[in-house]
Design a protein around this ligand. Structure first.
Ligand SMILES: Nc1ncnc2c1ncn2[C@@H]1O[C@H](COP(=O)(O)OP(=O)(O)OP(=O)(O)O)[C@@H](O)[C@H]1O
Ligand SMILES: [Mg+2]
Length: 299
C-alpha cells in the first residue's frame, strides 16, 4: 500500500509542555484518517508540523515517501481555521485570488465550486454566506489545484446540525474521488461517521491507531428477559454463540459472538419453546467507549 504520510518519532515542546510525544504514524493512500483526541492532546500541533508551519523538536515526517519539498507540498490542501476571505467579494473573485497565489488556472474554479455545491451562489458576496457555506468555500479553496491529500482541523466546529451533516457528507464525497483525507477532531462521532482509520491521542501521546471498525466498534450486548429467568439462563448457556451471560435485576445481559444478531437469539429461543418478554440491543455508547479508552491509560 502506498504511504501518503509517514511520521517517525516526532516530538514538540512548548516550554514545559510536551505537546507531541514520540509520535509514529503511517497513513495509506485513499483512507480517511482521523486524529482523535480531547482538547490539548496535540492534534493541531501535529498538523502544523506536517504542514511545515510549526517546527518539531525532533523526529521526522515524509509525504508520498519522498523528501520534503515545495513540489510535494503542492499536492496537499489544508483547511486549518476559520477561513479568511474578502467579505465584499464574491466566491468566484475570492477563489481567483487564491488560484493566483497557488499558481493554478482560473478554469479550476468552476469545478471546485460544483464539488462543494456553491456554484449557484458563486456571485454572492462572501459576507452573505452562512457559516456552513463559508466552510464549504474554504474546502473549495483547498481543492484548487487538485491536491491528492486534504487536511482538516475540526471541520465542523461552530456549525449547526445541518451544516455539520453537510460538511461530513462533503468530506466523504471528496474521499470517494480518491483524495486522501486527514482530519483532526475531538468528536468521537465525527471520526466514527467519516473516517476509515483513526489514531487516538492523549496528552500528545498516541494511545493506539487502527481501522475505525476495529477500534471503535466494541462488541455490543443484548438485554433479554422472560417469565422464567432460570429456564432462559439455562437455554442461553447452551447456545454456542453466547460469549458471556450475567444476571442484572430482572433480566440477563448477554454478549454475543460477532455476526450473531438478536434475531438469531430469538429464533433459537423460540425453537426451545421459550417466549421472551424483553429483548433489546444494548449498544455501548461511543462516548463511553472513548472515555473508557482514555481512562485506561491513567491507571
Ligand atoms: N503556541 C503555543 N504556545 C504554547 N503552548 C501551546 C501552543 N500551541 C499549543 N500549545 C499547547 O500544546 C498542547 C497541544 O495543543 P494543540 O493545540 O496541539 O491541541 P489540540 O489537540 O489541537 O487541542 P484542541 O482540541 O483544543 O484544538 C496544549 O497543551 C496547548 O496548550
Ligand atoms: Mg486543535
Amino acid at each position: 500500500m502506498e504511504k501518503v504520510l509517514t511520521i517517525k518519532d516526532l516530538n514538540k515542546n512548548y516550554g514545559k509542555i510536551h505537546a507531541v510525544k514520540n509520535l509514529n504514524l503511517e497513513i495509506d493512500k485513499g483512507c480517511v484518517f482521523g486524529i482523535l483526541g480531547p482538547n490539548g492532546s496535540g492534534k493541531t500541533t501535529t498538523l502544523g508540523i506536517i504542514l511545515s508551519v510549526i517546527n518539531a523538536k525532533s523526529g521526522s515526517f515524509s509525504w508520498f515517501e519522498e523528501p520534503n519539498s515545495k513540489e510535494n507540498r503542492k499536492r496537499i490542501g489544508a483547511i486549518l481555521e476559520q477561513p479568511i476571505f474578502y467579505p465584499y467579494l464574491s466566491a468566484v473573485k475570492n477563489l481567483k485570488i487564491v488560484a493566483n497565489i497557488k499558481e493554478v488556472s482560473d478554469s479550476d474554479i468552476e469545478r471546485v465550486l460544483k464539488i462543494v455545491e456553491l456554484y449557484d451562489r458563486r456571485d454572492s458576496k462572501f459576507k452573505t454566506y452562512s457559516y456552513g457555506m463559508k466552510q464549504r468555500l474554504a474546502i473549495a479553496s483547498a481543492l484548487l489545484g487538485n491536491p491528492e491529500v486534504l487536511i482538516f482541523d475540526e471541520p465542523t466546529n461552530g456549525l449547526d446540525p445541518k451544516g455539520i451533516a453537510e460538511i461530513r457528507e462533503l468530506i466523504i464525497k471528496i474521499a470517494k474521488e480518491g483524495i486522501t483525507i486527514i482530519l483532526a477532531s475531538h468528536l468521537l462521532d465525527e471520526v466514527q461517521k467519516t473516517c476509515t482509520h483513526v489514531a487516538v491521542l492523549k496528552s500528545g501521546e498516541k494511545l493506539f491507531s487502527g481501522k475505525v471498525s476495529d477500534v471503535l466498534n466494541v462488541s455490543d450486548s443484548l438485554e433479554i428477559a422472560s417469565n422464567n429467568l432460570e429456564l432462559l439462563s439455562l437455554a442461553l448457556n447452551e447456545y454456542k454463540n453466547v460469549l458471556d451471560l450475567k444476571k442484572e435485576h430482572n433480566q440477563l445481559i448477554i454478549k454475543l459472538k460477532e455476526g450473531t444478531s438478536a434475531f438469531n437469539v430469538n429464533s433459537y429461543l423460540v425453537g426451545k419453546g421459550i417466549v421472551v418478554t424483553h429483548l433489546a440491543e444494548k449498544k455501548k455508547s461511543l462516548e463511553n467507549q472513548f472515555l473508557e479508552l482514555l481512562k485506561e491509560r491513567d491507571d
